[in-house]
Design a protein. Structure first.
Lengths: 223, 227
């Protein structure tokens, strides 16, 4: 498998070249163009898929693109403007559901439940994606991707988290004193601890939606 | 006519330098700025029917022609959405198919025609019509997101919403991907299968998913169910 990432950071795509028999597993709807590959749609295990859909904010189905011959090619893109990065993982990562773009088929994707306090307070829902295995993982972000190497403690707004490795754990904390927590606009944050890699996105989709949404015409909803 | 594209790929803008006597046709609303020496003529090119046909094709009813009189003049043009621009010089009789809305500007000798894309393009969600542009002359088109150039030799399958422009020599048909399960659940909807040899430009983002993302953030007007 040979991979290039183009048009960074605003409208990034991943161009994946596959030899005969090689495959890549992608988020549904991510394919822009393909040649010399066949597409098959799988849930990757019904129970896992249901969990992913219900709790991870991910789609139920994943698409496998498999090359029938050498020189197969797929161009993948996330739905929103933003960056794509490739990680060669060997171990376990935690990521936000909306950041998953694609991975090699040997990598396992599961939904992990956060502790109640983490889930509710972070505003990111109770579930995150757990990625385990060895191979290439493609992540996408809203805005650009910024990597931080944490050694010790580090504070992040939960909406900006893309992914982090197993060397890190976090707790939800208030920001500064109670005045800051309530009025700084930063609210509750994730306080990471440990040693590892942390990927952040430089914009938050939720904040963008709140900025633009009110400018759109009302939608009607039955009471 | 000299041209340069600045601000690529996120917010590309076309800079043109028109020599005395030269002119260019542009999509209505595309002008950003120009030297005051340039003359602008607005008309429903080819008459009212042609104007209506253009609107069906996703273009504007009126076409603006910018012309340099006795002096040269600078003209800046930009499409409506964030993204890239591409310029090419069409040879005599050379034809390209453009996704409706991609056309930004063209030489006065370039012919722009609205073409029925076939009933099935409708289901691709991209409208029923495409534009067929024929040289000679310069042509400029734009994308949402970046532009990716794909040189096809054989076969290529493309998301219908990603198509920006392609060589008229390429054969294409709209179809579903994979088996029944992929049709229903792959999220890929309909695709366009190209055959032959030629160049295709695709855009790296689609406007529809952005609109779908923003939809839940719209203000809600509560309506009682009994009215």
């Amino acid at each position: 498998m040979d991979l290039s990432i183009d048009h960074r950071p605003a409208y990034a795509t991943a161009r994946v070249r596959l030899n005969a028999g090689e495959a890549i597993r992608a988020e549904s709807g991510a394919m822009l163009a393909m040649q010399g590959v066949t597409i098959s749609t799988s849930s990757g295990g019904l129970f896992k898929a249901a969990k992913r859909k219900l709790f991870g904010g991910e789609s139920f189905f994943l698409n496998d693109f498999k090359a029938d011959r050498d020189g197969g090619e797929v161009i993948l893109a996330p739905q929103l403007p933003g960056d794509v990065v490739k990680l060669d993982i060997d171990g376990s990562w935690t990521m936000q559901g909306s950041s998953f773009l694609a991975c090699e088929p040997g990598i396992e994707i599961d939904t992990r439940m956060q502790s109640l306090t983490k889930g509710f307070l972070s505003g990111e829902g109770l579930f995150v994606l757990g990625i385990r295995g060895r191979g290439a993982l493609l992540l996408s972000s809203f805005g650009a991707i910024h990597e931080v190497r944490v050694d010790g403690e580090y504070v992040v707004d939960s909406g900006h988290i893309v992914a982090f490795d197993e060397g890190l754990d976090y707790r939800i904390r208030g920001m500064g004193n109670w005045m800051s927590t309530l009025f700084s606009g930063e609210g509750l944050v994730c306080r990471f601890r440990g040693r590892g890699r942390l990927l952040l996105q430089t914009r938050q989709p939720e904040a963008f939606g709140k900025r633009v949404g009110p400018l759109l015409p009302e939608r009607r909803e039955a009471r | 006519m000299k041209h340069e594209i600045v601000g690529r790929p996120d917010f590309a803008m076309l800079q043109l330098l028109l020599e005395p006597g030269e002119s260019i046709r542009a999509e209505s609303g595309a002008m950003v700025s120009m030297d005051s020496t340039l003359e602008l003529e607005t008309k429903a090119q080819g008459g009212i029917l042609a104007g209506i046909k253009r609107m069906i094709g996703g273009e504007s009813f009126f076409v603006n022609t910018f012309r340099a009189g006795n002096q040269p003049g600078r003209l800046h043009l930009a499409p409506g959405s964030p993204g890239d621009l591409h310029g090419m010089e069409l040879a005599e009789g050379e034809s390209w198919m453009l996704q409706s809305g991609a056309y930004v500007a063209g030489g006065t000798s370039v012919e722009v025609d609205t073409k029925w894309g076939g009933a099935r393009t409708f289901f691709g969600g991209e409208g029923l019509f495409m534009l067929r542009v024929t040289g000679p002359g310069p042509l400029f088109f734009g994308s949402y997101g970046a532009l990716e150039v794909l040189d096809i030799d054989g076969e290529m399958v493309v998301d219908t919403g990603a198509i920006v422009a392609f060589d008229e020599g390429l054969d294409y048909r709209v179809e579903t991907v994979g088996g029944l399960k992929s049709l229903l659940f792959s999220g890929e909807g309909l695709v366009c299968r190209f055959h032959g040899r030629g160049r295709l430009y695709i855009q790296t983002r689609l406007p529809a998913p952005l609109a779908a993302f923003l939809h839940p953030f719209r203000p809600v007007k509560q309506e009682s169910s009994d009215d």
